[in-house]
Design a protein around this ligand. Structure first.
Ligand code: NAD
Length: 471
């Protein structure tokens, strides 16, 4: 059967979204014409995207403010400027990343030449979430374009102002035949997922991740899943607690906690937790003032539904600081709570919090902390606050997570040479920088052998003792 003709087995359940089919067909026809392959086209698209980001930084900041209450500086540092840095890094290295890489050939194939050639995959689908709606839509796009693909982008409907702004700007600035934006929610994404892509890059929650994998299985499409989970932060007894408190507050309350790599909960000994509490309170006040609701640097919760979910996680009897909310303003105060860690009824330690609530969990010591991490799903990030090399090495060696940050949360994803991705329940596949170009390419093996001298005489019958020894 023609794989291109294959449809989702439940085609009758696929919503009738006329756009999806036509969009993918146009993208594929453009790829098939070879438009996206030349390096010059890729560079031109990345430069156009860079111009869009710089010239329209204010439009994007306004949209991010509407959707998430992000301040303009935060919007630039964590979203728009982040993508600009990713583009600059890619443009600087693209030529060398794309160069075929020679590999050694075994002696019996001499004088052959073997090399690995990166070829574009074809049409890539990027499905993005709402929490960093510019970064998480465009950073994968940078990699997909740099690798020479046509791309269909589906921004999150949960951040509608940003989705609309991105759709308008991408249509105005990029090659309209090769880069398509489909706006919408579940029906539109479902319709897209019924089409055949050459790669699907999904960022979001694990429940939808499973839906994406199932849809991809129909077409044997490879999938990258950038998921979430509860990222722990272990604070050792020797940690510099003042700096630790400041960095935890920054990592946790940036974007009002709606960050996939935010420290989800803190683990430490009782004595360290007691010493940490007043420092956390102080650091919150230093960052956001006496009333964070009026701080330009403190965000809002994305929707009423999410605010309700978050307030439901707070047990008022266990609040250390915060807890106040204002539904009309989609506001939840930076909140620190006490938690148990192993109590199955405790809501705050069940699911990923994804909001400004920081539980403090007591453990007896290092072994118990490592055991607690290992009892749970593999997290997207793990943070260790310590000056003791043995402590941080213990976590690197004896636990599994997408990344480890020693004495610093979040920042590993700003290092373009580091792969960004999860493991196990927090995702499969990683991107950023060179990894993105490799992710959206096929590493094709090419072996070139001259006809004379005819090296295949060694592998062809009649076989002799000498041939056996040489091969
Ligand atoms: P979301 O609700 O915006 O959903 C993500 C995307 O999935 C959207 O484009 C949405 O339209 C689509 N979608 C939703 N339901 C669907 C369905 N039934 N079928 C097909 N598509 C569907 O975002 P979210 O999932 O709430 O995002 C939050 C989660 O994402 C958290 O778990 C967070 O940790 C994780 N996350 C991970 C990363 C990462 O880089 N690993 C980054 C950000 C967020």
């Amino acid at each position: 059967p023609q794989t291109t003709q294959e449809r989702h087995p439940d085609a009758s359940d696929v919503p009738d979204v006329p756009d999806a089919r036509a969009v993918v067909a146009t993208a594929r026809a453009t790829f098939d014409r070879g438009v996206t392959k030349p390096r010059a086209w890729r560079v031109a698209q990345l430069q156009a995207l860079r111009r869009l980001l710089v010239e329209h930084a204010d439009d994007l900041a306004a949209a991010l403010h509407t959707d998430l209450g992000k301040g303009a500086t935060e919007a630039w540092v964590t979203e728009t400027g982040f993508v600009v840095r990713e583009i600059d890094h890619t443009l600087r290295h693209l030529r060398s990343w794309l160069a075929p890489s020679r590999v050694r050939v075994p002696l019996f194939l001499a004088p052959s030449r073997a090399e690995v050639v990166l070829e574009p995959l074809g049409v890539v689908l990027v499905v993005a979430p709402w929490n960093y709606p510019v970064q998480l839509t465009l950073a994968p796009l940078v990699g997909a374009l740099a690798a020479g693909n046509a791309v269909v982008v589906k921004p999150s409907e949960v951040a509608p102002a940003t989705s609309a702004t991105l759709a308008r700007l991408l249509r105005e600035h990029l090659d309209r035949d090769a880069v398509h934006v489909v706006e919408g929610g579940v029906p539109e994404t479902t319709a897209l997922l019924a089409e055949r892509f050459d790669h699907i890059f999904y960022t979001g929650n694990g429940t939808v991740g499973r839906i994406v994998l199932q849809a991809a299985a129909v077409h044997l499409t490879p999938v990258t899943l950038e998921l979430g989970g509860k990222s722990p932060a272990y604070v050792a007894d020797d940690a510099d607690l003042e700096v630790t408190a400041r960095r935890l507050v920054w990592g946790k309350f940036t974007n009002a906690g709606q960050t996939c790599v935010a420290p989800d909960y803190v683990i430490a000994s009782r004595a360290t937790l007691e010493a940490l509490k007043p420092l956390l309170v102080k650091a919150i006040r230093e960052s956001f003032g006496d009333d964070p609701q009026v701080s330009a640097d403190y965000g809002t919760i994305v929707s009423a539904r999410h605010l309700e979910r978050l307030t439901g996680l707070i047990d008022p009897s266990r609040v250390v600081v915060g807890g106040r909310s204002d539904a009309a303003a989609r506001y939840l105060e930076p909140t620190v709570v006490e938690a148990d860690g192993d109590d199955p009824d405790e809501a705050v330690m069940q699911e990923e919090i994804f909001g400004p609530v920081l539980p403090l969990v007591e453990v007896a010591g290092l072994d118990e902390a490592v055991a607690l991490v290992n009892r749970r799903d593999k997290p997207l990030a793990l943070y260790v606050f310590t000056s003791d090399d043995d402590v941080q090495r213990r976590f690197v060696r004896d636990t599994s997570s997408g990344a480890v940050g020693v004495n610093i949360p979040l920042a590993h994803l700003a290092v373009p040479g580091l792969p960004f991705g999860g493991v196990g329940a927090s995702g499969t596949g990683a991107y950023h920088g060179r990894r993105s170009v490799e992710l959206f390419s096929h590493a094709k093996a090419v072996l070139r052998t001259p006809t004379r001298p005819d090296s295949t005489s060694w592998v062809r019958p009649p076989f002799t003792r000498l041939k056996e020894r040489v091969i």
